[in-house]
Design a protein around this ligand. Sequence first.
Ligand code: ADP
Length: 161
Amino acid sequence: MKTGIYPGSFDPITLGHLDIIKRAALVVDKLIIGVLNNSAKKSLFTPEERVAMIQKVTSDIPNVEVESFNGLLVDFADQKQAHIIVRGLRAISDFEYELQIAQTNRKVNSKVDTMFFTTSEEYSYISSSIVKEYAMYGGDVSQFVTPYVETCLKAKIKENR
Ligand code: ADP
């Protein structure tokens, strides 16, 4: 059984993330989406809200599970008996950071390897932070997130006003 973990903040999940999830789910038996519950990183949505949104938008992909985690990713991978970490690469700017993290993780736990998926070009410019900023100024984010996530974003922004 090949289990992969796709970790990230997913604050919120975008069409770029969803594209990586669909593609990664085809190459592993089980894909666990690990929502980083990091109190030091300020997020718009709580970890529970992020998990619920991802569950909703991935409900049609049978081999996907969603969980939040804190602490070290390699420990979470061990706990889940996962040997593959999935990450997405958008631009060259992602590469340097991702390479460092992948090498560090491998050094700490040699059983874990990182598999990179290059973004589909139609999603290459999408990031959760741009989506949030755009939505906060009332921009139309329907090209960047699913209709459900768009509704959640609008509700959250209204709640925070
Ligand atoms: P993190 O805070 O760990 O970077 P993100 O939620 O921003 O979490 O991203 C999680 C992963 O998804 C990262 O590997 C990131 O490069 C990738 N990713 C984010 N947006 C896209 C996109 N539009 N296309 C492909 N990969 C993406």
